[in-house]
Design a protein around this ligand. Structure first.
Ligand code: FAD
Ligand code: NAD
Length: 465
C-alpha cells in the first residue's frame, strides 16, 4: 500500500478543514488534506454559497414580478418569466468558481490533497480508498477532524421521492407547485422564502410556537410578518406526521391534536443537522463526546493527545465562519503559537427576507447571566437610507452593561442587515462602550446610522426619534 507521512493530516475539506490546511501550509507545516467528496465541503457545495445564490435569483425575480404591476417607482416590466435551468447553471457556476479557488489556494500553500474517504485506523493513521483505486495509508503527528455534519432525518419522513433535505431543495429542476417545509429554522426559512419568490406555493410546519425559535419574538416578528405578506402559510406548534398514502400530501398534527393534510409535491425536511462522527472508524478512538459532537477544549483539542476537532463535528454553533476561525487557530497552535478560541461574539446571520443578525448577548442571555443591562432599539422607519430603498420594517438593538456601558450584544432585523455583522463584532470584541460608538461619525445616508442612533438612544439622547 502506498504511504504518505506528514506532520498534519486533516480529514475534511470544508471551511474548517481547508482553512486549517492553508494556514498550516503558510506556516511551513507539512500537511495533507483528505476529502471524500468535493473541496469546499457543505458550505461551498451544498450550503452557504448555493443557498445564497438561489436566494439572490429569487430576490431578483421577485423584484421583476413586483414591477410588472402598478408601482410608485414608475418602473414597468412586462410579464417576467424564469428559466430555472439557466438560473441553476449560474448558481452552480458560482459554486464552481469558489471550489476551484479552494483547490488553487491549497496548492499555493503547498498542501497535498488526497481525494477519497478516510478511514481512521488510530490517532496517527488513516487509510484512504482513493478514487484512482490504490488505497493510501497516511501517518501523521497531528490528526485534525473536520468532517462536518449531516441533516437530521425524521423517522416518519425518510428522505427519498418527494422528501428532500436542503441538498435536494437547492437543485429542484422545476419550481414545486406545493412545497411544504418542515422546520422554520435557518434552512427552512431561507429556502422556503426563495422558492416562494420563485413561484411555489409554500407552507411551513414548525414544532415550536414561532419561527426561528432560537431568537426572541421581537426580533422574529418582522420575519413572520414578511412570510405572511409573501403568502407563505405558517403552521406553528405543529408536527409533521408523514406523507399521505397517495404521497402527494403531508399529514400534520397541531398542538390541539387535530390532524390535517397539506398538499405537497415536495417536502423539505430542515429540522437541524448533526455532527458527522460515524462511518469512518472514529468510534475506535473512543474520544470523549459532548452529546453527538466530539468534545473539545478551548484550543479544539479532543480527549486524545494531538487529535483535534473543528467546525460542525465539534457541535454548535454550526457556522462556516466559526469552523474557519477554529481551523486557523489549530494550525497556529501546531506551529507553536499561543492561541485560545475565546471569541466574545460569533455572529449569526439568517438570510431571510428581511435578514436577521445576532452578535453577542441578547437581552435575555444577559439577564440569564445576571448582568444588568441597558437595551435600546432604533427602527429603520426613522432611517433615511432604509426609507429610500423601500426597506420596510426592521430595527437595530443594542445591549450594554448598565454599570460601565460596555457593549455586550447587537441584534438587527431588516433588509441588508447581514453587512452590519462586521461592525457589531468589531465593537464587541474591542470592548467598546456606548459612548465610543456614539462618538463615531457614521456616513449618511446608511443603515449604519441606525447603529449610531441605537447607541445614542441607550444613552438617552437619540437624535432622530
Ligand atoms: P463541512 O463543510 O461539512 O465539510 C466537511 C467535509 O468533510 C465534507 O466535504 C465531507 O465530504 C468531508 N468528509 C467527511 N467525512 C470524511 C471522511 N471520512 N473522509 C474524507 N472526507 C470526509 N453557515 C454559515 O455560516 N452561513 C450560512 O449562510 C450557511 N448556510 C447554510 C446553508 C445550508 C443549506 C446548509 C446545509 C448549511 C449552511 N451553513 C451556513 C452551515 C455551514 O455549511 C457549516 O457550518 C460549515 O460547512 C461547516 O464546515 P466544516 O468544515 O465543519 O464541515
Ligand atoms: P435549525 O436548528 O436552524 O432549525 C430547525 C427547526 O426545526 C427549529 O425551528 C425546530 O424547532 C424545528 N423542528 C425540529 N423538529 C421538528 C419537527 N419534528 N417538526 C417541525 N419542526 C421541527 O436547523 P436547520 O434549519 O436545519 O439548519 C441546520 C444548521 O445549519 C443551523 O443550525 C445552522 O447552524 C446552519 N445554517 C446556517 C445558516 C446561516 O448561517 N445563514 C443557514 C442555513 C443553515
Amino acid at each position: 500500500m502506498k504511504t504518505i507521512e506528514k506532520k498534519l493530516l486533516v480529514i475534511g475539506g470544508g471551511p474548517g478543514g481547508y482553512v486549517a490546511a492553508i494556514r498550516a501550509g503558510q506556516l511551513g507545516i507539512p500537511t495533507v488534506l483528505v476529502e471524500g467528496d468535493r473541496l469546499g465541503g457543505t458550505c461551498l457545495n451544498i450550503g452557504c454559497i448555493p443557498s445564497k445564490a438561489l436566494i439572490h435569483v429569487a430576490g431578483e425575480f421577485e423584484k421583476a414580478t413586483y414591477f410588472s404591476g402598478d408601482h410608485p417607482l414608475g418602473i414597468r416590466v412586462q410579464s417576467p418569466s424564469l428559466d430555472l435551468a439557466r438560473a441553476q447553471k449560474w448558481k452552480d457556476g458560482v459554486v464552481g468558481k469558489l471550489t476551484g479557488g479552494v483547490g488553487a489556494l491549497l496548492r499555493k500553500a503547498g498542501v497535498r490533497v488526497v481525494q477519497g474517504w478516510a478511514q481512521v485506523v488510530d490517532g496517527k493513521t488513516v487509510e484512504v480508498a482513493t478514487r484512482e483505486g490504490e488505497p493510501v495509508r497516511i501517518t501523521c503527528e497531528h490528526l485534525l477532524l473536520a468532517t462536518g455534519s449531516v441533516p437530521v432525518e425524521l423517522p416518519n419522513l425518510p428522505l427519498g421521492g418527494p422528501v428532500v433535505s436542503s441538498t435536494g431543495a437547492l437543485d429542484f429542476t422545476e419550481v414545486p407547485k406545493h412545497l411544504v417545509v418542515v422546520g422554520a429554522g435557518y434552512i427552512g426559512l431561507e429556502l422556503g422564502i426563495a422558492w416562494r419568490k420563485l413561484g411555489a406555493d409554500v407552507a411551513v410546519v414548525e414544532a415550536a410556537g414561532h419561527v426561528l425559535p432560537a431568537y426572541d419574538e421581537e426580533l422574529t416578528k418582522p420575519v413572520a410578518a414578511s412570510l405572511r405578506k409573501l403568502g407563505i402559510t405558517l403552521h406553528v406548534n405543529c408536527k409533521a406526521e408523514g406523507l399521505t398514502d397517495t404521497g402527494d400530501g403531508l399529514r400534520v398534527r397541531s398542538a390541539q391534536a387535530d390532524e390535517y393534510v397539506l398538499p405537497a409535491d415536495k417536502v423539505l425536511v430542515a429540522v437541524g443537522r448533526v455532527p458527522r462522527t460515524a462511518g469512518f472508524g472514529l468510534e475506535s478512538l473512543q474520544l470523549d463526546m459532548a452529546g453527538r459532537a466530539v468534545r473539545i477544549d478551548d484550543q479544539c483539542r479532543t480527549s486524545m493527545r494531538n487529535v483535534w476537532a473543528i467546525g460542525d463535528v465539534a457541535g454548535e454553533p454550526m457556522l462556516a465562519h466559526r469552523a474557519m476561525a477554529q481551523g486557523e487557530m489549530v494550525a497556529e497552535i501546531i506551529a507553536g503559537e499561543r492561541r485560545r478560541f475565546a471569541p466574545q461574539a460569533i455572529p449569526a446571520v439568517c438570510f431571510t427576507d428581511p435578514e436577521l443578525v445576532v452578535a453577542g448577548f441578547t437581552p435575555e442571555e444577559a439577564q440569564q447571566k445576571g448582568i444588568e443591562v441597558k437595551v435600546a432599539s432604533f427602527p429603520f422607519a426613522a432611517n433615511g437610507r432604509a426609507l429610500s430603498m423601500e426597506a420596510g420594517e426592521g430595527f437595530v438593538r443594542v445591549v450594554a452593561r448598565q454599570d460601565n456601558h460596555q457593549i455586550l450584544g447587537w441584534q438587527a432585523v431588516g433588509q441588508g442587515v447581514s453587512e452590519l455583522a462586521a461592525v457589531f463584532c468589531h465593537s464587541i470584541e474591542m470592548g467598546a462602550r456606548l459612548e465610543d460608538v456614539a462618538g463615531i461619525i457614521h456616513a449618511h445616508p446608511t443603515l449604519g446610522e441606525a447603529v449610531l442612533e441605537s447607541a445614542l438612544k441607550a444613552l438617552g439622547h437619540a437624535l432622530h426619534i
